[in-house]
Structure formats: C-alpha cells, structure tokens
Design a protein around this ligand. Structure first.
Ligand code: CP3
Length: 348
C-alpha cells in the first residue's frame, strides 16, 4: 500500500476506508514511562524538543506502545516562538512562561519571522529521522495557529481570561495586526518547511479560539487563519490540513469556510450537531477522561462516536483534547484496539 492510500490520508480526503483510523493528541507524553525516562535524560522539555535523535525516538513510542495509525512530530507549538525573540520556559506545575511579553506595536515590529532551515534545523532533522524509520504510517506535522500563539505571547503564558489578548485585539489595532501578521508568516514558513522535510499531513492547533465570541473570532482571528490555510494550499495542494480547537462548537459554521480538509472536535461537540454545520471530514472526539472509566464504558462511548462518524465525509478517531498524564497506557492501547475492531464490524 502506498502511504498516500493510508486510511488517515484517505479519511482526510473524504475517501472510503476499511476501518476508522486513530491517533491521539499528546500521544507521546507523560503518561508513558518510556517518555518520562527519555525526557529525564534530555534535561528540560525544550532541550528534548531540540534533540533530533531523542525527539525522533519519543515520536515513535506510541506507534509501538499503543498501536496508533500515525505519528505526530514531537515538539511544541511554542518552539518557533522562541526563535521570534521571546524566551520560553516550562515551569513545573505552572506550564509555559514566556518573556518578555509583547505589549506594544513596537514590540511586535521587533519580532523576527524565523527561517526554519536556519533557525529551526533540529525540527526538520527530527522529521527526516522519523521518516527514515517510519515507512508504513503517516507523520503528522503541526503548528499553533496565529491566535493561540498570540495569546501566549501577549499573556506571557497560559491564561484564564485572556485579558491582554482581548484588549490588544479590541483596542490596539496596530499591535494586533503586526503581531498576527508576523505569526501568519511564521506559521506558513514553518509548516511549509515541515512538509518539505517530509510530513504527510498537518494539524493547526487553535486550541484557545473557543474563548472568543463568534463575532470577535470572525472579525479578528478568522482572516489570519484563512491566510495561513490558503497559502499552504497554494504551495502544497495535496497535503491535508486538520484545524482543531477546544470549546469551539459555536465557531463551526465559520471554520467550515476555511479550505481545510478536517475539523477537529472537542468532546462536548456532538457529532450530529457538527455535521449539520460542516461538510469537512471530522476528527475526534472521545472525552480524555473516558480513559479512566472501565472498558465497558469506553466501548459504549467509542461505538457511539464511530457510528455517528460514519455519516461524516471522513472520520479520524481521536480524543477531544490531549491524553492526560495520569492515564494508564493499557487503557490507551485498549482504545486503539477497540476503535479498529468496532469500526470494521460497523462497516459490514
Ligand atoms: O501531540 C503530541 O504528542 C505531539 C507533541 C505536542 C506537545 N505539545 C508536546 C508537549 C503537541 C502537538 C503540543 C501542542 C501544544 N502545546 C498545544 C496545543 C494542543 C493543546 O493542548 O491544546 C499547546 C496549547 C501547547 C502549549 C503547552 N505545551 C502547554 C500548555 C504545556 C504544559 C502542559 C503541562 O501539562 O505542563 C506544554 C508542554 C508539553 N508539550 C508537554 C508535552 C508532551 C509536557 C511536557 C513535559 O512535562 O514533559
């Protein structure tokens, strides 16, 4: 089978598949003991991201450990942000800390648009290493979307209420447009370089777009994301794009206008509700906490999602957000097996 005919790529394009393919957001993460060991060896999380040999090894863990249908590049959405001129640190128990924050239009003008070959060679090298070792399954590349990246840069880290981000959006048009414009260029160059290095499809994480009203999203964010997607489709028309965000069911109709192939759904978005609003392939959407329930409960929830997913143009199974660190890897393996088995049965 040519990689181009892999079920993940077929489902993204809306073609028939023999089963529903699955990968899991954060599949190479702290729930895996092997991941924790390699991370300890690397030093910090950011050092692990900058080490192609170890990052490639981590990327491939979930293929072996839980049997997912695709690998996702091991890195972080904040890796390119560091090369724009902002220091990124991961503080235990606090998450990412960025400094200095972007506060004025001048700060935004000073930001660099990274040149991936020169500034992020380790990411491209990691992709090349993975592609040499992984020949039977697709590799997913990814980037944060302009809004989610801007929110980290304006807030200096994770945020509850997005006060800086929303104030900049409403009150500082020059700051907003300069920052979002730099991020559009950064994301387009970064994802293009990942594709040229070998990734088979890409996911754009606009994880926090759901904090915006539909009106604000449409006016202040959508045009920038649309620019990113259009530029990528122009340069790499055959590479599928997945667009994902959390708590974003009120934005489905708007996002259906993006020329993406797949829309990722969080677990609170019911699939029939989504299918009334979008005509793209879908990805999702089991509650990550379901993996703490017993196998019977997991099976029931999976069967419902698979059955509803059969009505979509195409369906890639996933959790509705990242797998949680305390998850038992055996449950993740059970999920993958169950999705494969039930989705074959439901097709006969
Ligand atoms: O999915 C994968 O397995 C690929 C690797 C990946 C990571 N982060 C690894 C990671 C991907 C695709 C991301 C994306 C990412 N990073 C997003 C978008 C996805 C989402 O969750 O909505 C966001 C918002 C980030 C920013 C980020 N990175 C945060 C908020 C944190 C801290 C979380 C925490 O629990 O401490 C990270 C760190 C991070 N990124 C870890 C991993 C495996 C944990 C690092 C560690 O402690 O080992």
């Amino acid at each position: 089978m040519s990689l181009k005919d892999h079920p993940i790529l077929r489902a993204a394009r809306g073609e028939k598949t023999d089963y529903t393919p699955i990968w899991i957001m954060r599949q190479a993460g702290r729930y895996s003991e092997r991941y924790r060991r390699i991370r300890a060896k690397a030093g910090s999380f950011m050092e692990l991201c900058r080490n192609p040999e170890l990052a490639a090894e981590v990327t491939l863990i979930p293929i072996e450990e839980i049997g997912v249908d695709a690998a996702i590049l091991f890195s972080d959405i904040l890796v390119p942000v560091e090369k724009m001129g902002i220091e990124v640190k991961f503080v235990e128990g606090k998450g990412p800390v960025l400094s200095p924050k972007v506060e004025t239009a001048d700060d935004a003008r000073r930001l660099k648009v990274p040149e991936p070959e020169k500034d992020l060679p380790y990411v491209l090298e990691t992709i090349q290493l993975i592609k040499r070792r992984l020949t039977d399954r697709p590799l997913i590349g990814f980037s944060g979307a302009p809004f989610t990246l801007a929110s980290y840069m304006l807030e200096g880290g994770s945020s509850k209420n997005y006060i800086n981000a929303k104030s900049a959006m409403w009150n500082s048009p020059e700051l907003w447009d300069t920052l979002m414009g730099k991020l559009v260029d950064t994301v387009v160059e970064y994802l293009s370089a990942q594709i040229e290095a070998g990734v088979d499809l890409v996911q754009i994480f606009d994880s926090w777009m759901g904090v915006l009203s539909r009106e604000d999203y449409e006016r202040f964010v959508f045009p920038y994301t649309e620019k990113v997607v259009k530029a990528l489709k122009e340069r790499h028309p055959s590479v599928p794009i997945i667009h994902f965000g959390v708590n974003a069911s009120h934005l489905l109709e708007v996002n259906n206008r993006l020329p993406v192939d797949v829309i990722g759904l969080d677990w609170k978005t019911e699939i029939p509700f989504a299918l009334e609003r979008i005509d793209k392939s879908i990805q999702g959407n089991l509650d990550p906490v379901a993996l703490f329930a017993d196998e019977k409960t997991i099976t029931e929830k999976v069967e419902k999602i698979l059955t509803e997913g059969l009505k979509a143009r195409g369906h890639i199974f996933n959790l509705g957000h990242g797998i949680l660190p305390p998850t038992d890897p055996a449950k993740a393996r059970f999920l993958v097996e169950t999705v494969h088995k039930l989705s074959r049965e439901l097709r006969t």
